[in-house]
Write a protein that binds this ligand. Structure first.
Ligand code: PLP
Length: 452
């Protein structure tokens, strides 16, 4: 076996990582993770690290589930690949499609499989545009999304996303996508009551529809809780108002369930948690608990009904749409989520305890706000709790904290000036204690470094 240093040297020589300043890998070397079990990952030096991010918000049932390995092996022996093009299909995709529609709201009865969340969002765009064209309203093509939303890295997904830096680097967004404000109360609305702020941000949708012309707007898309943007939990007033506005103007509602789907909020989907009725739901990540890539779009009857009467071919798809091995793994993952009552575990046990323990961190001198929803959480770092003043960018507050976390056996992600957590859904109370205790210690070390 190679040593850590050998892995790092080879990695720096040949491997370009996603969302990475390439230069830093050369200068600092990467962390090499080589195994995992339960809620823990291990680096090549044997250090055990509590994975507070479930990989990338995806390892919902935790690491090391042999049943998924067996499901993949069985399917690889039987039918390792076949496609769903030219009127072919196969049992794993058919069976998974059926099972998915069992756990969705009653009006959702179809799924279009993809290989990832980004491909799912590209598929959403194509479906939305086709839907309005088939209805004879092709001029309805603007999709309204939100600043600081994240919907993936294909050009469609990145355009739906609202990260300014991405648009600057890649000359986006593509045409027909516009962005409105996000329901980020702590960062942008703290002079108002949260309920009023939630309504105000939702009503930006109505204002935008009226500005563009209701007959030009095709759909609205949002993550139930924005994940990559910093676990932005909307005020309770937000989603019902979004639903009302979509209904009023007849525009399609899309909830991006790539993170919130499959139990993260203590319900099967984020839309269920917030009581909204989406027409389309892109999914990925927790669908297979990240063991193998698979995504999809759950399609409501309103859209499926129109697409199914289209005389023309739906000119879209991927080689790996509904990959049989991935579908078999997803079905096994769903079985585990159901039979082990993992969604109920999140709702009744893990999320309430996580909320209670995380809220203790709000007392810390470095912390402006702690917010949680289900098993997602954010810790906002501030220089001054009363005024919400931030540290200057060059202080690297969140990055400093992230480094302390890694060194002390915890993965938390740094997003702007917050620390983000989203542990595997199977996390126990004792492991939540460990997570919060380590987080507090790392906040102390960060405060010391920043001279607070
Ligand atoms: N949508 C949301 C809400 C996501 O968080 C992500 C990934 O983090 C994506 C879409 C893109 O998924 P993928 O990275 O599988 O393409």
């Amino acid at each position: 076996a190679r040593t850590r240093q050998e892995w790092q040297a080879l990695d720096a020589q040949h491997n370009l990582h996603p969302f990475t300043t390439f230069k830093e890998i050369v200068d600092k070397g990467s962390r090499i993770i080589n195994r995992a079990d339960g809620v823990y990952i291990y680096d090549v030096d044997g250090n055990r690290i509590l994975d507070g991010m479930s990989g990338l918000w995806c390892v919902n049932i935790g690491y090391g589930r042999e049943e998924l390995v067996q499901a993949a092996a069985r399917q690889m022996r039987e039918l390792p690949f076949y496609n769903q093009f030219f009127q072919c299909s196969h049992p794993p995709a058919i069976e998974l499609a059926r099972q998915l529609t069992e756990i969705t709201q009653p009006h959702i009865n179809h799924v279009f499989f993809t290989g990832s969340g980004s491909e799912s969002n590209d598929t959403v765009l194509r479906m939305v545009w086709r839907y309005w064209s088939v209805l004879g309203q092709p001029e309805r093509r603007i999709v309204i999304s939100r600043k600081n939303g994240y919907h993936g890295s294909t050009l469609g997904g990145a355009s739906l996303g609202g990260f300014g830096v991405v648009h600057e680097q890649f000359f986006g967004p593509i045409p027909n996508i516009v962005h409105i404000g996000q329901p980020y109360w702590y960062g942008e609305g703290a002079d108002q009551d949260p309920a009023a702020f939630g309504l105000a941000r939702a009503r930006e949708l109505e204002a935008k529809i009226l500005e563009l012309g209701p007959d030009k707007v095709a759909a609205f898309i949002g993550e139930p809780v924005q994940g990559a943007g910093g676990v932005i939990v909307p005020p309770e007033t937000y989603w019902p108002e979004i639903q009302r506005i979509c209904d009023k103007y007849g525009i399609l509602l899309i909830t991006d369930e790539v993170i919130c789907g499959f139990g993260r909020l203590g319900s099967w989907f984020g839309a269920d948690h917030y009581g909204v009725k989406p027409d389309l739901m892109p999914i990925a990540k927790g669908l297979t608990s990240g063991y193998i890539p698979l995504g999809g779009v759950l399609v409501g009857d309103r859209v499926a009904g129109v697409l199914k009467r289209d005389d023309d071919e739906f000119f879209h798809g991927f080689t790996y749409s509904g990959h049989p091995v991935a579908c078999a793994v997803a079905a096994e993952n769903l079985r585990i989520l159901r039979e082990e009552k993992i969604v109920e575990h999140v709702r009744d046990t893990a999320a309430p305890y996580f909320a209670e323990r995380m809220s203790e961190l709000a007392e810390h001198p470095l912390v402006g706000e702690v917010r949680t929803r289900g098993l997602m959480g954010a810790i906002e770092l501030v220089r001054n709790k009363a005024t919400r003043e931030r540290f200057p960018a060059e202080a690297n507050a969140a990055m400093t904290c992230r480094e302390h976390c890694f060194r002390n056996g915890l993965v938390m992600r740094a997003v702007a000036q917050s620390m983000i957590v989203a542990p595997p859904l199977v996390i126990t109370r004792a492991e939540i204690d460990e997570l919060v205790d380590k987080a507090r210690r790392c906040l102390d070390l960060t405060a010391r470094d920043l001279g607070v």
